[in-house]
Design a protein around this ligand. Structure first.
Ligand code: NAX
Length: 332
């Protein structure tokens, strides 16, 4: 085996993690590397991870290395290459007698978790560690974590790949193509119902969506709201938030972040703004991203946005600004 990678997963006893963790050691996500897993849960449920570890051992994963579990995040963080921060309180469950549906409730409950986790990652994670925040509100949790980590050599991402994959599926159906013919599906802004899925810059069989989908009415009244509301539609239908598709999207993000980009192609995730596309610096904003040969992740800066796109994107940027305002007491 060529080398090894250490991956920390929080929320390891949750539903996304149950689909996610086996894929981390299946020999595809990290290629031929040995994968050491450090699984983290809250004290109340950490003992359940014993059962998950038993199942992993019983699954014959030749690439699986050491697997440990703990409720001590600092201990888990030591020398980790990847952090998949899935653990948080999801929408739709009853917490302290109240059904959690509003983002404001999610912000206040989950924000605090990311201060402590961010500090530990900055202090104990590898210098070139990559961190993918899945737990909602993902962008603002990543903002809080990155601020607390105070370590600019590490890369914080928030997941928008699920939105991108959902949008690809809708575009493929609309244009009678296979989903594999659809690429560069950019999600601009926040992972929330204000996100802007870009049907003009998506690439379908090598051609821009703007030249193939000549139906702005469909884009505005059907495509955008369908993608924006898909998470809620799954909750309504399943009685629980997306899990297997979220796990697949996390894996897709890890793979895209590890593999140098094919020329012209990009993937979707949120990353700290450097001012690109007029987004205030520091906001963790959904962008088109590319991975360079040395593993650095950069914003793709040559996308042209129509006035329609700019107006939709602005709504989501404004929401990110207001979320930052709501958690400023948690930041330096
Ligand atoms: P579950 O409730 O099944 O699992 C969450 C797990 O996190 C629980 O086992 C809980 O004990 C654990 N946890 C809570 N606080 C923790 C902490 N401080 N340290 C370690 N573990 C902790 O939720 P699941 O369905 O797995 O969803 C997890 C998160 O993903 C939720 O916040 C959800 O909203 C979010 N999602 C994000 C998506 C995205 O695209 N960014 C899409 C799917 C999903 O909605």
């Amino acid at each position: 085996m060529s080398s090894s990678v250490k991956v920390v997963v929080t929320g390891a006893a949750g539903q996304i993690a149950y689909s996610l963790i086996p894929r981390l050691v299946d020999g595809k996500t990290f290629g031929n590397k040995k994968v050491d897993l450090s699984l983290v849960e809250i004290p109340q449920v950490v003992s359940k991870l014993e059962g998950l570890v038993m199942e992993l051992e019983d699954s014959y994963f030749p690439n699986m290395g050491d697997v440990t579990y703990t409720d001590n995040f600092e201990e888990a963080s030591k020398d980790a290459d990847w952090f998949l921060l899935v653990g948080s309180i999801p929408r739709g469950i009853v917490y302290n007698g109240k059904k959690i549906e509003e983002r404001s409730d999610l912000l206040s409950i989950n924000g605090g978790i990311f201060v402590d986790q961010g500090k530990a990652i900055g202090a104990y994670g590898k210098e070139n560690a990559k961190i993918l925040v899945v737990g909602n509100p993902a962008n603002t949790n990543a903002l809080i974590g990155k601020d607390a980590a105070n370590n600019n050599s590490q890369t914080w991402l928030a997941m928008t790949m699920l939105d991108s994959n959902r949008a690809k599926s809708v575009i493929a159906k609309k244009t009678n193509n296979n989903i594999s013919d659809v690429s560069n599906m950019i999600i601009w802004g926040n992972h929330s119902p204000t996100m802007y899925p870009d049907a003009e810059n998506v690439v379908i069989n090598g051609e821009l969506g703007s030249s193939i989908i000549n139906d702005m009415e469909w884009i505005e009244s059907d495509f955008i709201p369908t993608v924006q509301q898909r998470g809620k539609a799954v909750i309504d239908a399943r009685g629980a938030s997306s899990a297997t598709s979220a796990a697949k999207a996390a894996i897709d993000t890890v793979i895209a972040s590890e593999s140098p980009a094919v020329s012209g192609e990009c993937f979707s995730a949120a990353i700290a703004s450097d001012g690109s596309y007029d987004v205030p610096e520091g906001l963790i904003c959904g962008y088109p991203l590319i991975t360079l040969d040395d593993g650095t992740i950069e914003i793709k800066r040559d996308i042209s946005l129509s006035d329609f796109a700019k107006s939709k994107f602005k709504i989501s940027i404004d929401e990110l600004i207001s979320e930052r305002e709501a958690v400023k007491h948690l930041m330096k």
